[in-house]
Design a protein around this ligand. Sequence first.
Ligand SMILES: NC(=O)c1ccc[n+]([C@@H]2O[C@H](COP(=O)([O-])OP(=O)(O)OC[C@H]3O[C@@H](n4cnc5c(N)ncnc54)[C@H](O)[C@@H]3O)[C@@H](O)[C@H]2O)c1
Length: 266
Amino acid sequence: MKSILMTGATGGVGTFLRKEFANRYRLRLSDMRPLTTLGASESFMAGDCASLDDMLRVTEGVDGIIHLGGYSVEGPWETILQSNIIGAYNLYEAARRNGVKRVIFATSNHAMGFYKRTARIDHTPYPRPDGRYGLSKMFGEGVASLYADKYDVSSLCIRIGNAAMQPIDVRRLSIWISPRDLAQLIGIGLEHPDIRFAIVYGASDNARGWWDNTNAQCLGYRPVDRSEDFAAEVLRAHPATTGDAIADAHQGGAFCTAEMVENPAK
Ligand SMILES: NC(=O)c1ccc[n+]([C@@H]2O[C@H](COP(=O)([O-])OP(=O)(O)OC[C@H]3O[C@@H](n4cnc5c(N)ncnc54)[C@H](O)[C@@H]3O)[C@@H](O)[C@H]2O)c1
């Protein structure tokens, strides 16, 4: 079994990925928070992404990395700077120094949040982050690109929509990804021999999706879950619009409206 480091392992995504990968990889779990209960093929090493020394320690001797660690919503600049921006740099620099050749970077739809919901975007348009969090993910994608081109550390950057057991509102019908679909995509990212640097969307087979995920399909991704199976239930429980016109118009939803200055032109 390959030995895989998973940063941010005590978080929501890490917790369900551990179940998906239990019999497939030897998992070295890492987080700044403690973790005491471990499975048979798991070990734990505490580490803060903001510390290069910590990242050098936790990346030593692994075959690949799933980088989930970081602040996972909009937050204060200093937190985003330390955990996501310096954190992403440290992770890649540590991978390079330790000879780790493959990283899966958990980026976000919020790197593209200011695209309209009427746009169908693939991995090629210029990012339009909807806040400091989205900006930090755009930076992380940039680090991944640099380390692929210059240092031969290859990456699959997965712009995750919303990873959860099921979509919980109307926006998430467009961006949801199930745990098993995300695990499939990460597995492709860890195993595919031809990945150098690629950006894909982390989305299930969503009829209301906004993304052209051909790039993921070309790598062999075949999502098995469909948000439409939950649509009737979601639409019964939630109005079609939220009453926030900016949020409803843009892919990033309420992240776009947050802190926006009053602008009558919008
Ligand atoms: N959950 C989603 O739907 C979603 C969507 C888009 C992107 N993502 C990204 O996927 C990753 C995992 O998301 P999640 O929902 O599990 O988030 P989460 O907040 O539940 O987990 C993130 C984990 O990272 C750890 N962490 C934060 N700062 C750290 C640091 N400086 N050093 C070490 N560990 C640190 C936290 O302790 C936490 O356990 C994040 O990078 C997030 O931005 C998630």
